[in-house]
Design a protein around this ligand. Structure first.
Ligand code: 13P
Length: 299
């Protein structure tokens, strides 16, 4: 059942669990997300980045997700992850998302910081259009990045008073916070700024979002959820599961081919033999995360 993510995340906040938001880039990753949610009876968010639309025809990916979604009784939302401009957000609204992130913390290049005022301006414009269509809006304030300790993190972490002002000014439904997490793999074990998260949650009345969920230790994730995180984004872990399995499968195929060649036989090529185990591995990784987030059994 396709819903706006606001409903899913609000229930999660009350129930002290988090909804996982998992990135899909193709048929196999989308299928793995749906399968994991159905096996876990877990609400979920399937999210797509703007760069994925360069890899695949947007309408095809959305049609696939919607067709799969029509057969599921688990509530889910389709979300734009890190929309960098008003135009991109409008494009995804037209494609049929029920939830989107306008990432106004950085400019369109994804590197240069936007000022507070610029962030409020773009976020507010997107929010007006999205809310008119019943679509949930996530925004971001602060700078994501790995830290070695809360004291040394300086100004990059989300500041509680500024976050509260931003939410009031921009009128969004959920807020991504900088608490020491980052996208991709961490060097060593990440340090999560739980004290800062607690302070932000005390000032900000809406559900909070953890980006860079891959590699955050389970206990840190659970603690962050108890402090106000209600959506956790996972991308890299799905990619790792895919790569590890594809690499192992390709090695196996090479071995089989060598044996067939040595015995004078004929090689058999089957794309599914490589991709089906990779899809299963992605599904298992996602199920594991849902269990840590406490969303298993909540659908
Ligand atoms: P990871 O790739 O680190 O899991 O982060 C995902 C994310 O935050 C997407 O916005």
């Amino acid at each position: 059942m396709l819903v706006a993510s606001k409903e899913l995340v609000a229930s999660a906040r009350v129930g002290k669990y988090a909804v996982g938001a998992f990135n899909a880039v193709n048929m196999e990753s989308a299928q793995a997300i749906f399968a994991a949610a159905e096996k876990s009876r877990s609400p979920f968010i399937i999210q797509i980045t703007q760069t994925t639309l360069k890899y695949t025809e947007p309408e095809e990916l959305f049609a696939l997700i919607r067709a799969r979604g029509e057969r599921t009784s688990v509530p889910y939302a389709i979300h734009l992850d890190h929309g960098r401009s008003f135009e991109v957000c409008m494009k995804f609204l037209r494609l049929g998302v029920t939830s989107l992130m306008i990432d106004g913390s950085l400019q369109e290049d994804g590197k240069t910081p936007r000022s507070y005022e610029e962030n409020v301006d773009v976020t507010r414009r997107v929010r007006e259009a999205a809310h008119a269509m019943g679509v949930t809006v996530e925004a971001e304030i602060g700078r994501l990045g790995q830290i070695s300790g809360e004291e040394e993190a300086g100004d990059n972490l989300t500041r509680p008073a500024e976050a509260a002002r931003f939410v009031a000014d921009a009128g969004v439904d959920m807020l991504a916070v900088a608490i020491g997490t980052t996208h991709g793999l961490y060097k060593g074990t990440p340090h999560i700024a739980h004290e800062r998260l607690k302070a932000v949650a005390a000032e900000v009345p809406i559900p909070l979002v953890m980006h860079g969920g891959t590699g955050v230790p389970d206990d840190d994730v659970r603690r962050a959820i108890s402090l106000g995180i209600a959506k956790v984004n996972i991308d890299t872990q799905i990619r790792v599961a895919f790569y590890d399995t594809v690499i192992a499968q390709v090695h196996q195929v090479e071995k089989n081919f060598a044996e067939v060649d040595a015995s004078g036989g004929v090689r058999k090529y089957d794309i599914r033999k490589v991709l089906a185990p990779a899809r299963d591995a992605m599904c298992e990784a996602i199920k594991g995360r849902m269990s840590v987030f406490g969303s298993t059994g909540k659908a």
